[in-house]
Each structure stands twice: as C-alpha cells, then as structure tokens.
Ligand binder design. Structure first.
Ligand SMILES: Nc1ncnc2c1ncn2[C@@H]1O[C@H](COP(=O)(O)OP(=O)(O)OP(=O)(O)O)[C@@H](O)[C@H]1O
Length: 309
C-alpha cells in the first residue's frame, strides 16, 4: 500500500483554483519531490495532505488515514516542516525542541538532533535572534523530533547557504536511510536531482509528469555535445560517418561533436581504432532543467533554481 495517495485533488481559494487536479502516490522509503515554480500549487497540495486545509475534491490518504478526519492520529506519525514556521520570540532553540519532543510517545534524542543540525551552540538562543538559516534548521529539527514515519518538508533549503544546503541534503538522506518516507516540496532543480527518487512536476495546479529525475531527463530529445582535444591527426571522415554524429566542428581549442544515442562510446571507439586518446574530454547532456523546460514551456529562473555550483 502506498504511504501517500493523492487522487484527483482539487482546491480553490474563492474563485481562484490553486490545485486543479493533482494525483500521485508515494511508496514507503521514497524521497518523493513535488517540483514546480511559485504558485504552481505545491504548498496547497501538502497543506491538504497534512490536514491544514480541506480539499474541495479528490481522495487523500496518508498511512491509510484521511488527513481531514484523522488529523490528530496523523500528527503522531507525520513530521511537517512548513514554509515560514514561526515560534514565540523568546522561546530558546533547546526549549523548542524539548517542548516538541514532549508531544510524542517515542521522540528522537533532542541533543543528538540539535548536534546533527549544527544547532548545539545555539541551544540557548531565543527564536527571535536566529538567522534565517538557523530558523530553517530548527524547523527541520521540529519536523523530525517525533521520529516520524513520514516527513513532509516544504522548501527545505530555501535561505540556506550552499554549504548548509549540502549538509541538509546529507541529513535528509540519512533520515531516508532510517526508513522514513519523505515528501519534499522544492523549486530547486539541484535539490530535486540530488535527493528525489521520483518527482511530480506540477504546473498551474496540474501534474505534468511523474518519474525519476533520470526518467524525466530521458524524455527530452535533445542532442549531446562532446568536446575534447587530441595529439595527432583527427580521423574526421571516420567520425563524420558515424550514425551517432550529427555535427563536427574543429576549433583551435578543441573538437566538438554533437549527436544522439551512445555518442561517447562511438567516438571513443573510433579514436582508439586510430590509436588516439581524447584529452580534456567533457560531455554535455540534457539536464532536469531541460526536462522541466520541455514539460512546462518555461525554465525556472536562476534565482529559483538555487544552483550551488
Ligand atoms: N490563502 C490563499 N488565498 C488565496 N489564494 C491563495 C492562497 N494560498 C495560495 N493561493 C494561490 O493559490 C495558488 C497556488 O499557491 P501555492 O502556495 O499552493 O503554490 P506553490 O506552488 O506552493 O508556490 P510557492 O512556491 O510560492 O509557495 C497561487 O496562485 C496562490 O496565489
């Protein structure tokens, strides 16, 4: 049985349709991503799943329970980190974690969790004095303190610097390795590509595709480009004759070949048949950005893309 089932979810705010029709399921132990630009309907979907909003249509199940009816039981088993969580200004980090731990029958060890999230030295810092990144890490701690079976994380790493973002990704992978099913809302391509086993791409309240990151990328029918240098005479005719090659250009700084299929293998095999080894070889293939662009007709902006490269 899937851990999360969403079938034909529909949600309006007055006249505005936030979620037109969204369906997907999440299996136990997966990191499942919901990827889409601002306003696509991601947060509304997870708010319905966590019982914070009541759907106008469709069927939702989390661990076999209906979030609209079984909210109290689900809160014991589902950890939720929502965007812009606020706590009382004076509440200290350590107190917040201890308080939340007291809500659960078998919580995680607060000290250990603070240590994992790099918050030990801020144990006595009041919420108001925390930086954006520290607040973000605290909200992740509060989502995980109950040792949940399912964690719902909305905009997990927004506001974190690249190092903190990578640390958080590692933490989430460790949480998944402990068997926790994770639903991750993101508009960061790098995050989706690195963490998610499968993704639903959402646009204007509808699911455009559900697949693994690699599966989504493979649906993009774009060319690959290989660039390299060689010491020797280029077997230009032999390379041009390869069925995988669609274009070849020779410049002073290197040779670029474009093509499809197993281009890399075909080129390296041809070069080695001529006793040549490619130097400084680089390959450009389609990325999740290309897949997103192909599906939605527009790219995420650089700022949204949150690249840490
Ligand atoms: N409380 C609300 N009242 C009215 N409209 C809302 C409300 N919350 C969201 N919306 C609208 O519903 C649509 C979906 O919003 P939602 O927050 O679910 O999208 P999102 O994909 O999570 O975007 P973001 O990444 O910006 O949070 C948007 O058009 C948004 O303006």
């Amino acid at each position: 049985m899937p851990v999360i089932e969403v079938a034909n979810l529909h949600k309006r705010y007055g006249e505005r349709v936030a979620v037109a029709e969204v369906s997907f399921h999440v299996e136990r132990g997966e990191i499942f991503g919901i990827l889409g630009r601002n306003g696509a309907g991601k947060t509304t979907t997870v708010e319905c799943l966590t019982g914070l909003r009541t759907p106008d249509g469709g069927r939702l199940r989390v661990l076999g329970l209906d979030p609209a009816l079984d909210g109290a039981r689900l809160r014991q088993r589902v950890g939720v980190q929502l965007q812009e969580a606020a706590l009382p200004d004076k509440l200290r980090v350590g107190e917040a974690v201890e308080l939340y731990a007291s809500f659960y029958p078998a919580p995680a060890d607060p000290a250990e969790l603070l240590d994992t999230l790099g918050l030990t030295e801020h144990r006595r810092t009041p919420f108001k004095k925390l930086s954006g990144g520290q607040k973000q890490r605290l909200s992740i701690a509060l989502a995980l303190i109950g040792n949940p079976e399912v964690a719902v994380l909305d905009e997990l790493t927004t506001g974190l610097d690249p190092q903190a973002r990578r640390d958080t990704w590692r933490l989430i992978e460790q949480v998944r390795d402990r068997g926790v099913t994770i639903l991750l809302v993101t508009h960061f391509m790098a995050e989706a590509e690195r963490l998610c086993d499968r993704l639903a791409v959402i646009e204007a309240g509808r699911v455009l595709a559900v697949d693994s990151p690699a599966g989504l990328v493979s649906t993009v029918d774009s060319e690959q480009r290989i660039t390299f240098r060689i010491n020797g005479v280029l077997p230009e005719q032999a390379l041009r004759a390869l069925p995988e090659v669609t274009a070849l250009s020779i410049r002073r700084d290197g040779i670029t070949l474009s093509g499809k299929g197993n281009l890399l293998n075909a080129v390296v095999t041809t070069l080695s048949a001529h006793q040549l080894t490619p130097l400084d070889l680089s390959i450009e293939r389609s990325t999740l950005d290309d897949a997103f662009l192909a599906l939605t007709g527009a790219a995420l902006t650089d700022e949204q893309n949150g690249s840490t490269r």
